[in-house]
Write a protein that binds this ligand. Sequence first.
Ligand SMILES: [Zn+2]
Ligand SMILES: [Zn+2]
Length: 165
Amino acid sequence: MDAARQDEIHYCAVHPERDTELRCNRCDRYMCVDCARRTSVGYTCRECVRGHENRFYQGTLLDYALVAAVSAVGGGLTVFLTALVGGFLILGFILAPAIGGTAAQVALQLTGRRRGRQSGYVSVGALLIGGLAAGYLLTGGIGLFTLLYLALACSAAFARFKMSI
Ligand SMILES: [Zn+2]
Ligand SMILES: [Zn+2]
């Protein structure tokens, strides 16, 4: 244990005259009791509470890029795997939404669940693009069932994004 560090006196980041041992559970800065806001996961500073509310709906460009990248891969996988199971249509109907939902789940994890309002649409668009690209690369065209599978994957992904709000 670092005894020296424990003995240090810390001051509120907003009120430098107040010493405190409370720390924000998001940004780690010290804060006094006036600055602390109780949340379901502990104490958070005002800035973070406010920032969290904003971020909740905005999502950064990087978040959208991540969502798009993961979804495009998901779309490609959907087409690839459903093509593999070929005639086993039932398997495709199970696989496609599972992949779409998983892609959305992974995207949500990667972006720390900071989805923007558009995340669902970005995901669906990227799923389609990834899926269509994979379809053309693999078979030189898109079959009716491939489209159907992609639609299933899209709706599963979209539902996942909506559910998490
Ligand atoms: Zn904070
Ligand atoms: Zn304070």
